[in-house]
Design a protein around this ligand. Structure first.
Ligand code: BGC
Length: 438
């Protein structure tokens, strides 16, 4: 590697490293923010009460579930058969057009209502997974606090999203559907996994966005002023993407300034799939501008916003061939014909540094949640995890596991990470079942 490139990479190594001492500091700060959030004090963790506990496994019936929170919108019909058994009956996935994501909110909800109408003519209760920060005021009631993940549909922030969807259903003359529950995707994932695994008390999403929820003692939620609530535990939606007690690099600051929501979702911007590619892009663009890599050439993937996406990081890190043949093929396809082996190695190393930092920060946050529930980790905990980053990135899941081992030693064996694919939709159906039985 040229000495300038070598020097730049070793500087980045220092900036993106998260040593064990920093993991421990994150855990401590995270605990502080969790407690303040639960007490209703100022905190970067919203710690939102969800008005629901884990399912018993006995819930039964046919329900519709909606899943809105990323590039796709899904509708599914689910049959709950009790004893932890569930059958997805039908499912439809629709790509959300940009005009709904950033246009008039009313159009977004009209679109959802039309999809529901087309999908089912039967009378059904609906579990509505809406994966954004919502201040719930009931099991089927909640106001959107702010958009994340580059959504910006107008006229929705501050409004009750269940009401917006119910009104759209009426506008589309759909009278036989009722929204029984409003659910965050983390909560849906927890419900879906806990339906058949009673050790499951935490769920994490690591995809376009990131967040987690867990089961808390109602006595510890000192801000809780809700109506009579039957269980002594409740699921808390942490909204951990908002955590802001983290050390930022100059690249994080540039990314934040250029984002739709500057100053917000600081952890999410260091961890989730929507942003990892952007961080790599900012780094490489800086090196290109200094003529340290790719002969200072102007290359679209590194020059255009969102030009370099998380899937590229996965592909680049997965290449184990000598000389990095697949990275070479990738770069050629993107217009960089004669990269050197050293440049490819540097690019791979940078992807690795950025994704590893994301994995270590999420592991630290997860360790904080686990020790909030069970300070000495005396019990087994299943953590249900969903999201493309966790599922598809070649090292992300492994790096989380390694960080937990470093932090907890042998006790890390008591933490079981379970991939809970597509849990959020099914979980919404389960929560709709709980809501209709109240
Ligand atoms: C949202 C969360 C959601 C997470 C994962 C974040 O941007 O604020 O509500 O759970 O993405 O989808």
């Amino acid at each position: 590697m040229s000495s300038k490139l070598k020097k730049a990479v070793s500087e980045l190594e220092k900036q993106f490293n998260v040593p064990l001492s920093e993991v421990k500091k994150i855990i401590k700060d995270f605990h502080g923010e969790m407690s303040r959030g639960l007490a209703g004090q100022k905190s970067s963790l919203k710690m939102i009460p969800t008005y629901v506990d884990k399912p018993s496994g006995g819930e039964k019936g046919k329900f519709l579930a909606l899943d809105l929170g990323g590039t796709n919108f899904r509708i599914l019909e689910v049959e709950l058969r009790g004893r932890g058994q569930l059958t997805p009956v039908r499912e439809k996935k629709l790509v959300l057009d940009k005009k709904y994501v950033s246009g008039k909110g009313e159009n977004l909800f009209n679109f959802l209502a039309h999809c529901i109408k087309d999908f089912s003519k039967e009378p059904r209760s609906i579990g509505f997974t809406f994966s954004f920060p919502v201040k719930q005021t009931g099991i089927a009631e909640g106001r959107l606090l702010h958009w994340t993940k580059d959504f910006s549909a107008k006229g929705v922030v501050g409004k009750d999203v269940v009401r917006l969807l119910s009104e759209a259903l009426l506008r589309s003359a759909t009278y036989n559907k009722r929204i029984a529950a409003l659910v965050n995707d983390t909560v849906g994932t927890l419900a879906a996994h806990a339906y058949h695994d009673e050790d499951c008390d935490v769920a994490v999403i690591l995809g376009t966005g990131t967040n987690a929820c867990y089961q808390e003692e109602v006595n510890n939620i000192s801000k809780w002023r809700g109506p009579i609530y039957l269980s002594d535990r409740m699921i808390i939606n942490i909204e951990w993407g908002g955590f802001n007690k983290l050390r930022s690099t100059p690249f994080d600051i540039s990314l934040d300034n250029a984002s739709e929501n500057p100053g917000a979702q600081i952890l999410e911007k260091m961890v989730s799939g929507m942003y990892l590619g952007e961080i790599v892009r900012f780094i490489i663009r800086g090196l290109i501008n200094k003529k340290i890599i790719f002969k200072g050439k102007n290359i679209p993937i590194f020059n255009e916003p969102k030009g370099f996406i998380a899937e590229y990081i996965s592909r680049i890190e997965a290449d184990r061939s000598p000389g990095l043949l697949d990275v070479n093929a990738f770069l050629k396809n993107k217009g960089i014909r004669n990269s050197t082996g050293e440049e490819r190695e540097a690019l791979q190393k940078i992807c690795h540094l950025v994704s590893k930092r994301g994995a270590r920060i999420s592991a630290a946050a997860l360790a904080a949640v686990l020790t909030k529930i069970d300070p000495k980790l005396l019990r087994v905990h299943t953590v249900a995890v969903d999201g493309s980053l966790y599922e598809k990135h070649p090292n992300f899941a492994k790096n989380i596991r390694l960080t937990l081992q470093e932090t907890f030693g042998r006790r890390a064996l008591r933490v079981r990470m379970a991939l809970a694919k597509d849990g959020s939709g099914r979980g919404a159906a389960i929560i709709a079942a709980i809501a209709t039985s109240l």
